[in-house]
Design a protein around this ligand. Structure first.
Ligand code: GTP
Length: 438
């Protein structure tokens, strides 16, 4: 019998469907979770920052760069005008200045939308306005190269435009360095994602193995146990108990199988009892007697111990039958059988030899003791009063012959023959007596 440790009742109640579903979910869940987590991670930490970087590139860095170029053109137009007084310098200036105005407006909107500090760009715009005033003053005059006032104005213009160029460069550097940081973060996230994907892969494999283990444990190994148990019972091991704990359906099959085995065992016990005993008296039958005697003689020989055999025959039983009827005869046989068993040790085996003849095998019993046992039986039968139909009572007697191995025979045949001869002598000497073989 197996001694498998009991699972908690909660698990034992789970069905096959439950175990299969659990196994499948365990296999698929890590893959699904990895996919969702991977998507979220990629989107949040890589794609989004990269989109941000590229959009900043377009909406902030590009206009800043354009503005720097425009400032250079503006500077050229104003200084050239101060030198040559050409009217087309004014037109070029206006066009560039308009572009710078538009760029300042757009940059302010774009930077606010992206949560960037607009203080620097506002200061730059303020500086640009101050510069525009100086530019317009220079451009509103004629060709005055030698005028010292114009020289001062140009000097102020140059100082202011340099400062503005520097301010714009500062803003550009700040945005660029923030962009670079985001880009680096995105790259770091990419590396982390790759590691997480590898981890997810390992977890998925473990999950899949776990799922396979669950299916194997709940189904395959239980089926194997069931098959092995059925085979054990089929080859005759009636004590084999199939102990399946999961799934519930196979547990029911195992329970039914165990119950069936128990019933078979009970029926076999009944059949075996019937095959070994006499239906009327309940004593061992002739076939069992042959087996017992052979076995005891063998054992006695091996250990050099005595075995005795008593054979008893009810006296004038034909007459009893004829007088009181066959049914009363049967009752008498049962009474004698009862007296036999009542006067024996537990190790002694009483058998019905056939008809009204009985035999008793007495292991470890010498001739003297066997004779005493036979005498006790004889007296018990003689003393027993049978109550027949009506108020009629009747008594019986029995003749007995005793033989002991090895002196009176070492084989079943010779020992039985000796006991039978002793019984014959009992009958010859007047019945209701015990005679021992010599
Ligand atoms: N009622 C009954 N009678 C049986 C049974 N088996 C054998 N007998 C009867 O037992 C009787 C045996 O008779 P005999 O062998 O002549 O022996 P006996 O009349 O006892 O004479 P002795 O043995 O010489 O004393 C027969 O009449 C059998 O029919 C049985 O199972 N039931």
């Amino acid at each position: 019998m197996s001694t498998t440790k009991k699972m908690p009742a909660f698990w034992r109640r789970r069905s096959l469907r439950f175990w299969l579903a659990t196994g499948m979910v365990m296999s698929i869940l890590p893959i699904f979770a990895s996919a969702v987590a991977g998507y979220l991670l990629y989107h949040q930490t890589i794609i989004k920052p990269l989109v941000e970087v590229s959009s900043k590139q377009q909406s902030i860095l590009q206009p800043l760069q354009n503005m720097q170029l425009s400032l250079w053109d503006v500077s050229q137009s104003v200084i050239d005008f101060a030198i040559d007084g050409e009217v087309q310098r004014k037109t070029a200036y206006r066009s560039e200045a308009e572009q710078i105005d538009t760029n300042f407006a757009n940059l302010s909107i774009a930077m606010t939308a992206r949560g960037l500090a607009v203080r620097d760009i506002n200061e730059a715009q303020h500086e640009w306005r101050a510069l525009s005033t100086v530019s317009n003053t220079i451009l509103s005059g004629g060709f005055q190269q030698v005028d010292p006032v114009v020289g001062e104005q140009v000097e102020e213009f140059e100082t202011r435009i340099n400062r503005l160029g520097h301010q714009i460069e500062t803003v550009r550097d700040a945005v660029r360095s923030k962009n670079d940081r985001m880009y680096e973060q995105a790259l770091a996230s990419l590396t982390l994602s790759e590691r997480l994907v590898a981890l997810g892969f390992v977890v998925s494999i473990i999950g899949a193995l776990l799922g396979i283990m669950i299916i194997n444990r709940s189904l395959v190994s239980s089926m194997d146990q069931l098959a092995a148990g059925a085979m054990s019972v089929a080859i005759g091991d009636r004590d084999h108990l199939i102990e399946i704990q999961i799934p519930r359906e196979l547990t029911s099959v195992a329970d039914a199988f165990n119950l069936m085995t128990k019933r078979i065992r009970e029926q076999e016990d009944v059949l075996e009892h019937i095959a070994r005993t006499d239906g009327l008296t309940g004593l061992y039958n002739r076939r069992e007697f042959d087996r017992i005697l052979a076995e005891e003689l063998q054992r006695a020989k091996r250990y050099d111990r005595p075995v005795s055999l008593i054979i008893g025959d009810i006296d004038h039983f034909k007459k009893f039958n004829d007088t009181h009827g066959h049914q009363a005869g049967d009752e008498a046989l049962c009474v004698v059988a009862h007296e036999l068993t009542e006067n024996l040790r537990e190790t002694d085996k009483a058998c019905r030899f056939g008809g009204e003849e009985f035999v008793v095998v007495l292991p470890e019993c010498d001739a003297k003791t066997a004779r005493q046992v036979a005498e006790r039986i004889r007296l018990a039968v003689e003393a027993r009063v049978l109550q027949l139909d009506g108020d009629q009572t009747v008594t019986l007697t029995i003749s007995l012959g005793v033989a002991t191995s090895p002196n009176n025979g070492e084989t079943p045949k010779t020992l039985l023959k000796s006991a039978d001869s002793a019984l014959y002598k009992s009958k010859e000497h007047g019945r209701n007596r015990v005679m021992s073989a010599v």
